[in-house]
Design a protein around this ligand. Structure first.
Ligand code: GLC
Length: 645
């Protein structure tokens, strides 16, 4: 046996902390400590001046979390360790919703799970549910207490019960972990405000404008409309507090190791309730560096690695999901690159794919998408993407100017076009989105709206049939890509959006609420009324996800390659897997578009289309014609699907 790198002092600490546990548990922790210690120590050494001390505190936290972990969750850890690819399999399907808007309370969500299981859902992201500040709280992203549930949703016991119930149905619970900031009303901020120096050091507070002004020179504004600037003067602390988002969301000082240890403890707490995936909110913003935009700094990845190594020791079933809505070049490091490969988040939002889907559907051209998505480095084998058509946030046009130029577009011009298209201002557009956070300085106009509203099924139903085709195409693309396709609540019933979104005074200034509609019992019943919009959308999405679950080539382990040289309205995605090849094709235009039959048979010799059951064959000129907005998944005709007996 090679000698363990774990220092004796750390082993002693752990022995003391776990003395009351049975031998097999102590052995399990010792093995994990040996496995994760190098990751942990390297990571803290990259950020903190006294790494030994910080690492010791994190191991102590992990040991305490491990000792407190319920037996049922230890068993889950064992199952996950035996199936490390569990979240990368093609039968993973995500759904994201607000508990109150789906089932009233956490218990109410638990009573309404059939709607999700029938859709194939195995991963449920319940939007922020921890105790937020009262009043405006950015949809719950201003947390007052990480160890309590939002009062109207229930209690911590309800959360534990729901997690247990979900687990018994094969659904993993996903909960937000807001790391970049806390509410001004959080205990740490309260204590900073009452003058406790130790807690003042949890935040970034400057006595005058000198430092804030220096940072502001290179900082963008996230909410230029309702929270301009990145600093807020607070009378209680008599200084300028760093507030990237709203004035009452106080950024944390991650250079202070006490903040890291606090969050490691919170991770343990949530993991031991049965939360299986932690969504690391706004993770890109964690580390500040003068002269930069204070996003995507290297320390962010080291901090994630430290937290993950800690979590792996105590609760290896738990995954980290990075919410980094950043440009295409910055995305990959969140799944691990270089020294962090395989050591940071397990899952990350594929923001670029999302943006390119909308760009293709508006422009009717796949050229930019092919270039931008084709230029992304390969995905590390340890992780995978959350692929999505839209989420609870606005859509920002994260299009790289270089990518645009490479296909003869101007970045600015294309972003302007997309905003015009999705607000419906561009002639011929069927979309009915709203402009979110117009920034006159940069010309930036982000977009709010449900998928139905952006595809032509908005309040005035400009193009219902086309909209359904586009809605299915977009989801078929997220489902063929590799990763966990996440359906955003409301999209499965083709909701045009919440018409009353502005009625709540706390929401009136934030039109993202238009695309956070409730899904009620009546909506769920409508999914079974033949011919209703809800039934069409629901059955269509369930069909896509069911088909996906049967296709081994859609396991995340199969690389994603694009097929070059197709018609400029057609995107081709190849998934090569030991069990065979799958060729995904989408026609992003409203016209029939050709695909040379020999291109299809070059990849799949005896093709069968398994998504729409279209019979593919060549015409006299050797072309297969794709109908408007068609999505085809083509495999060898003898491929045995998982779902076929
Ligand atoms: C994330 C959330 C967004 C929120 C922000 C600040 O980006 O998705 O809704 O406003 O973080 O917490």
């Amino acid at each position: 046996m090679p000698r363990s790198a774990v220092p004796d002092a750390i082993t002693d600490l752990v022995d003391a902390a776990l003395a009351d546990l049975p031998q097999h548990r102590r052995d399990a922790f010792a093995l994990r400590l040996e496995r994760w210690w190098p990751d942990l120590h390297d990571a803290v050494a990259a950020v903190y001046p006294s790494p030994d001390d910080v690492a010791a505190r994190l191991v102590t936290t992990a040991a305490a979390g491990f000792a407190a972990r319920p037996a049922e969750l230890h068993a889950l850890d064992d199952r996950r360790l035996l199936n490390p690819d569990w979240f990368r399999r093609p039968d993973m399907v995500g759904y994201a919703c607000y508990a109150d808007r789906y089932g009233g309370t956490l218990a109410g969500v638990g009573e309404r799970l059939d709607h999700l299981t029938d859709l194939g859902v195995t991963y449920l992201h319940l939007m922020p549910l921890l105790d937020p500040r009262p009043g405006d709280n950015d949809g719950g992203y201003a947390v007052r207490n990480y160890r309590a549930v939002r009062e109207d949703l229930g209690t911590i016991d309800d959360l534990r019960d729901l997690a247990t119930d979900l687990r018994s149905r094969g659904i993993s619970l996903v909960v937000d972990l807001v790391l970049n900031h806390v509410a001004r009303e959080h205990e740490w901020a309260e204590r900073a405000r009452t003058g406790e120096a130790a807690y003042r050091d949890y935040f970034l507070i400057h006595p005058d404008r000198e430092t804030p002004d220096a940072y502001e020179r290179t900082l963008p504004e996230v909410f230029p409309d309702f929270a301009p600037g990145n600093f807020t003067f607070d009378d209680d602390v008599n200084g300028w507090v760093w507030t990237t988002f709203n004035a009452w969301q106080w950024d944390l000082n991650w250079a202070n190791p006490a903040v890291l240890v606090e969050f490691a403890e919170i991770v343990m707490y949530l993991a031991n309730l049965g939360v299986e995936v932690l969504r690391l909110d706004a993770i890109a913003f964690l580390w500040k560096r003068l002269g930069t935009d204070c996003q995507n700094q290297p320390e962010v990845h080291a901090i994630t690695q430290a937290l993950r190594a800690t979590a792996r020791m105590a609760a290896p079933a738990v995954l980290f999901k990075a919410e980094a809505i950043v440009g295409p070049r910055e995305l990959l490091p969140y799944l691990g690159q270089g020294r962090h490969t395989g050591r940071v988040s397990d899952v990350a939002y594929h923001n670029s794919l999302m943006v390119q889907i909308w760009s293709m559907l508006a422009s009717g051209s796949t050229r930019l998408a092919e270039h931008a998505l084709g230029a992304l480095p390969p995905t590390p084998s340890s992780g995978t993407w959350v692929t999505y058509v839209r989420c609870h946030d606005d859509i920002g046009w994260a299009i790289d100017d270089g990518d645009a130029a490479a296909v003869g577009l101007s970045g600015d011009g294309h972003r302007r076009f997309l905003s015009d298209w999705y607000t419906g201002d561009f002639p011929g557009s069927p979309a009915e989105g709203l402009v979110f956070q117009h920034n006159p300085d940069t010309g930036d106009r982000r977009i709010s709206g449900t998928t139905a509203a952006l595809t032509g099924l908005g309040p005035s139903r400009r193009d219902p049939d086309g909209a359904f085709a586009r809605l299915f195409l977009a989801h078929a693309l997220t489902a063929v890509w590799g990763g966990i396709p996440v359906i955003w609540s409301g999209d499965e019933i083709a909701s045009p959006g919440d018409p009353a979104w502005a009625d709540d005074p706390a929401h009136a200034a934030d039109n993202r609420w238009v695309h956070r509609p409730a899904v009620t019992d009546a909506d769920r019943a409508a999914c079974r009324e033949p011919g209703s919009d809800a039934q069409r959308a629901y059955d269509g999405l369930a069909h896509i996800m069911r088909t996906r679950a049967g296709l081994p080539m859609l396991h995340a382990e199969a690389p994603v390659d694009l097929v070059p040289g197709l018609d400029d309205g057609v995107l081709g995605v190849l998934r090569r897997h030991p069990s065979g090849t799958l060729l995904g094709l989408v026609n992003v235009t409203g016209e029939h578009r050709p695909v040379p039959y020999d291109v299809i048979t070059r990849h799949v010799a005896d093709p069968r289309e398994v998504l729409s059951h279209h019979v593919i064959g060549p015409d006299d000129a050797g072309l297969s014609w794709m109908p408007p907005y068609a999505a085809w998944w083509i495999t060898e005709s003898q491929t045995r699907l998982f779902t076929e007996s």
